[in-house]
Design a protein around this ligand. Structure first.
Ligand SMILES: [Zn+2]
Length: 256
């Protein structure tokens, strides 16, 4: 683990702020993609009065606090969802740079974490992972492969390690047991993180999914159908940061 003094360095702070900024892009994508709105050139508007927001009303978290969570023209309440997602994305980036320092891993895993956050928000709502997210993660995986060619079997096996068994499950269950988007996600992320982390992610996702979903069914009467995406995303994020240490701790426990 990094020392405390390493955690508060300027690089970590800058990366956290970058995470806040890209977090607001994650919000845009998560809101607009499911309704087929343009999230690249379309400008942000107030949901109440429809006024196009200017740049100083879009500074992550700061604008929300300065405007007391309301639109400047009509006074309509702005959903706290935006600053919350921005903050989560910033925190994800902060953890990544705290583990990997200033490196290519930090760039790749941070971009992965934004994609995971975005696809989780959408999957939770629509029970579908838009294919664009999986293509984006696949591109990150290809960059990883070509920047670490000496270890290519790790990544190539990673592509199939979880996705192939899941694909067989899909065929056997005639498309009922699992969604195609989940399989593509595990293929693309497996290429990026390698087969050990891919397997670990899937195990973590199953554990988190069963515990949290059972609790949600009990407490808030959530529907029985479970959106697997957010749990896969959580498993992938945890193993992308702590995979090697978790695996060696587990192996050490087994061979005690
Ligand atoms: Zn307004």
């Amino acid at each position: 683990m990094p020392a405390y003094s390493d955690l508060v360095g300027p690089a970590n702070l800058i990366w956290f702020i970058l995470g806040l900024v890209s977090g607001s892009f994650v919000c845009e994508v998560a809101d607009r993609l499911p309704v087929h709105e343009n999230f690249i050139t379309g400008r942000s508007k107030c949901d109440g009065c429809g006024k196009t927001l200017s740049w100083y009303e879009l500074v992550p978290i700061v604008s929300f606090c300065l405007q007391h969570g309301r639109c400047r023209s009509c006074g309509e309440k702005i959903s706290p969802r935006y600053p919350i997602i921005e903050f989560i994305n910033g925190a994800l980036y902060f953890c990544v740079i705290s583990v990997y320092g200033f490196s290519i891993e930090t760039v790749l895993i941070s971009l992965l974490s934004s994609a995971l956050l975005g696809l989780s928000l959408i999957d939770e709502k629509t029970h579908e992972i838009p294919v664009g997210f999986n293509i984006f993660i696949l591109v990150l995986g290809l960059i990883r492969l070509f920047t670490d060619l000496a270890n290519w079997p790790l990544y190539v096996i990673g592509f199939f390690a979880v996705s192939l068994p899941l694909y067989l499950l899909l065929l056997l269950s005639k498309g009922k047991a699992i969604g195609g988007g989940d399989i593509k996600l595990m293929a693309a992320a497996g290429l990026l993180l390698g087969w050990k982390n891919a397997l670990l992610s899937f195990i973590l996702a199953c554990i988190l999914g069963s515990v949290i979903h059972l609790l949600r069914m009990k407490l808030s009467h959530a529907s029985r159908t479970l959106a697997l995406g957010p749990y896969l995303a959580a498993g992938l994020y945890i193993s992308s940061l702590f995979g090697p240490s978790l695996i060696s701790a587990y192996l050490a426990f087994l061979t005690r």
